[in-house]
Design a protein around this ligand. Structure first.
Ligand SMILES: NC(=O)c1ccc[n+]([C@@H]2O[C@H](COP(=O)([O-])OP(=O)(O)OC[C@H]3O[C@@H](n4cnc5c(N)ncnc54)[C@H](O)[C@@H]3O)[C@@H](O)[C@H]2O)c1
Ligand SMILES: [Zn+2]
Ligand SMILES: [Zn+2]
Length: 346
């Protein structure tokens, strides 16, 4: 089969690899229909993710058709159309029993990381019963690829951890990439009065306004802290979501959170960040962190089926698996290509 293989920092290739086989009784083999590329795949290609070693097939998102199942897999059968979660979970270990699938002792984020992933014609899914989801009938299937990772991430790590639960609350989201935009889409389940998006890219800010942002700030041109204070009468916002992953943006979050508010960190940080307790100690704030658990996947599938959520709006480009190197190039040059999510047909 064809597969996109990580060959070490800066190197990748489309190669012919053996089709995966069942290894455990609760495995399933899934024929990929659609997959996509995540910002995290670019982190891997930079050499930032040591658990992902050369020779690994990348990809942790996708939809497909079940090809074969192991004897212990009872919820899926060959021919079923499925959503693949970016997080594999056994459903039985202590962390899974607490709903923290991201820390499953025999799963978590392993696909396209420590085991072969979805940017291929076939993938082996461990713990299939608790790591796959049936596709709801009557929905635009392609768009469901956005539910493998980015929508649960925005919703769980941004919206739920950020306690965006009171209608009328005020929100700022730093970073208008796919994750920040997924946070923006799902924050609107709770009707905030104000959602301020902050980014350096005017195109992404324009997309954010179409997606429901009430205000946008280009922090390359304006001081984001002064602008947020102007918009909120000098108070700051109830929730600020960090969806970039660098010290400068986390420090913006610390400067614009209102007394009693929450900073929900979503970004993957590679460097230490200063925590300004000399100012924040008295502000009654909460700071949260989270690796996506994908515990809200079923809720989000229902939100899509009932048209409360339109994930198709995040797809900007389409490629075939044969052209996945072009897809990577387009995705990596998002500033010029205006790419958000690129959809790849296997
Ligand atoms: N916690 C989790 O489980 C989880 C899951 C998936 C992704 N992530 C992380 O979430 C983050 C966002 O992911 P993404 O795919 O949207 O990334 P992305 O790189 O596509 O988007 C980041 C956005 O931040 C903007 N930006 C960069 N520097 C900025 C600055 N100084 N001020 C304002 N905006 C700035 C960029 O223009 C871009 O639009 C990444 O760090 C990613 O690794 C976390
Ligand atoms: Zn991802
Ligand atoms: Zn587990």
């Amino acid at each position: 089969m064809k597969a996109l293989v990580y060959l070490g920092p800066g190197a990748k290739a489309l190669q012919v690899r053996p089709k995966p086989a069942l290894q455990a009784a609760d495995d399933a083999i899934v024929k990929i229909v659609k997959t996509t590329i995540c910002g995290t795949d670019l982190h891997i290609l930079k050499g930032d993710v040591p658990s992902c070693t050369p020779g690994r097939i990348l990809g942790h998102e996708g939809i497909g058709v079940v090809e074969t199942v192991g004897a212990a897999c009872t919820s899926f059968k060959p021919g079923d159309r499925v959503l693949i979660s970016c997080i594999s979970s056994c459903g039985k270990c202590e962390y899974c029993r607490r709903g923290m699938y991201s820390h499953c002792t025999s799963g978590g984020w392993i696909l396209g990381n420590s085991i072969d992933g979805t940017q291929a014609e076939f993938v082996r899914i461990p713990h299939a019963d608790t790591s796959l989801y049936h596709l709801p009938p009557g929905v635009e299937e392609d768009a469901l690829v956005m539910l493998s990772d980015i929508l649960p991430t925005g919703f769980e790590c941004g919206v739920l951890n950020g306690k965006i639960e009171n209608p009328g609350c005020t929100v700022a989201i730093v970073g208008a990439g796919p994750i920040g935009l997924a946070t923006l889409l799902t924050a609107q389940f709770f009707s905030p009065s104000r959602i301020i998006m902050i980014d350096l890219d005017d195109n992404r800010l324009e997309v954010a306004r179409h997606f429901g942002a009430t205000d946008t700030i280009n922090s390359a041109k304006q001081d984001p802290v002064a602008e947020v204070m102007k918009l909120t009468g000098g108070v700051g916002v109830d929730t600020v979501v960090e969806a970039v992953g660098i010290p400068a943006t986390f420090e913006v979050c610390e400067a614009i959170v209102a007394p009693g508010g929450t900073i929900a960190n979503v970004g993957v940080h590679g460097r230490k960040v200063d925590l300004h307790l000399e100012r924040l100690w008295s502000q009654n704030i909460t700071i949260t962190t989270r690796l996506v658990d994908t515990v809200t996947t079923n809720i989000l599938l229902r939100a899509v089926a009932s048209k409360k959520l339109n994930p198709a709006s995040l797809i900007t480009h389409r490629f075939s698996l044969d052209h996945i190197l072009d897809a990577y190039d387009t995705f990596a040059r998002a500033g010029e290509t205006r790419a958000l999510k690129v959809l790849i047909s296997a």
